[in-house]
Design a protein around this ligand. Structure first.
Ligand code: CUA
Length: 288
């Protein structure tokens, strides 16, 4: 508002005299043009006053910018790694999660973010959180979640084919629920059958951005009707699609790449809990 009112004063201070002078010194036959065209006093005045105003605004503004840019010292630091096309979050105790950011309510969160490939942008619309993520450098952001519940987060920088699927869910938990989640990863999986839990993971962990379940090919092979059958690999051999192969393909996707597909899948080593792997395998099994 200070800048707004300052602008109003400056605008009127320029426009009113301009109109007045245009009228006052308008052309009239016989009117003599004044000889003096330079006034050092006026030039110094209209240079120094705006300069002081701008310097004042700069120092005033930088206080607000520092508050915005530098999180409070007691914040919880969470490492964010963006890659085509998922979000990986790492907590201070080493707990990691994919596309699922749990934070305790009313606690300042400090995000330290980087990308493994291209430009991404971490965006939580509900919390006015939005910042670019740049490969080869760290960008930071901080916020304090105040509303318990689920919030949507998405990528706000076009990053290739899977950009529109690059989503995460932000869970703002009570301190108790957050502690339980840190300890166990939550007990939600117990309330679902393994197939159902696998289908939830399929959407939550971003599998659906590359794997279809309707038999059509996407960036990766479909999951429909593959379990229990041999599949041809890009090295000419083939392998039986069983539990061990599926597990290996999540942990070391480059080990056995299906014929006709690129080796683009990121590793999920350390990113999936046992119940999630079992759920995903059960889900693939059920897609006959
Ligand atoms: Cu990542 Cu768009």
């Amino acid at each position: 508002m200070a800048i707004f009112w300052l602008s109003v004063v400056m605008f009127l201070g320029l426009m009113i005299p301009m109109c007045y002078f245009a009228w006052r010194y308008r052309y009239k036959p016989g009117r003599v043009t004044p000889h003096q065209t330079h006034s050092t006093v006026m030039e110094v005045t209209w240079t120094v006053i705006p300069l002081l105003l701008c310097v004042g605004l700069f120092f005033w503004g930088i206080i607000g910018y520092m508050q915005f840019a530098v999180g409070p010292g007691e914040s919880m630091e969470i490492q964010v790694t963006a890659k085509q096309w998922l979000w990986q979050f790492e907590f201070p105790d080493g707990t990691r999660a994919v596309n699922e950011l749990h934070v305790p309510v009313n606690k300042s969160i400090h995000l330290v973010m980087t990308s493994e490939d291209v430009l991404h942008d971490f965006y939580i619309p509900d919390m006015r959180v939005k910042r670019d993520i740049v490969p080869g450098r760290y960008t930071e952001y901080w916020f304090t979640p105040e509303t318990i519940g689920k919030h949507v987060s998405t990528c706000a920088e076009y990053c290739g084919k899977g950009h529109s699927d690059m989503k995460a869910t932000v869970f703002v938990d009570t301190p108790k629920d957050f502690a339980i989640w840190m300890e166990t990863g939550g007990d939600e999986w117990m309330h679902h059958t393994p197939e159902e839990w696998g289908r939830i993971q399929y959407e939550q962990k971003g599998c659906q951005s590359c794997h279809n379940v309707d038999g059509t090919r996407s960036k990766g092979p479909t999951w429909k009707g593959i379990y229990g059958k041999p599949v041809k690999l890009n090295n000419g051999t083939s392998v039986m699609v069983d539990e061990a192969y599926l597990r290996e393909s999540m942990m070391q996707p480059s080990a056995k790449v299906v014929d006709g597909f690129e080796n683009i899948m990121p590793t999920f080593q350390g990113l999936l809990r046992e119940n999630e792997i079992r759920g995903l395998v059960a889900y693939i099994k059920s897609l006959q």
